[in-house]
Ligand binder design. Sequence first.
Ligand code: K1U
Ligand code: ZN
Length: 169
Amino acid sequence: MALREILIVPDPRLKQVSARVEVVDDALRALMDDMLETMYAAPGIGLAAVQVGVARRVIVMDISKPEDEREPRYFVNPEILWASEETAPYEEGCLSVPEIYDEVERPARVKLRYQNYRGETIEEDAEGLFAVCIQHEMDHLDGVLFIDHLSRLKREQAVKKVKKQVRAA
Ligand code: K1U
Ligand code: ZN
């Protein structure tokens, strides 16, 4: 396993639309292992492959509580089959937009279909933090960042702040 570099805004590679995965094989599992290690090291609760420069429809996640055992999860070619009309706000962050947090409103519940680490097709309902995180990560697969849900002014301010942080580092 290896740590990968996480791309930071305004890197244009974050705007790519990721390609579907044809087969879940050992090479893809090696990518998912690296992504998980990178996510835990950051630390974060989710990561899309495009954030490490690989534009494929792959997500890793662990939303377990810090005091509990790790619960790594893998989503290949995730699709939203249904989304609730009811929405819920959540103060989101993103490893590609470091130290910026803002409220985003998304469907409160979604029904998902995806392939897991073994390539099995799963259908599952998501709510709470799981629903927030999977929708945030699926946006990455379409080149959308959480700051794209904010006003233009807030988005521009966020990118400016991140550029300043990067220059100071
Ligand atoms: O960059 C990412 O996509 C990961 C992002 C996931 C996310 C967070 C909050 C709402 C929606 C999606 C993060 O993990 S940001 C860091 C973070 O939330 C966190 C870090 C350490 C402990 C707990 C949370
Ligand atoms: Zn993100």
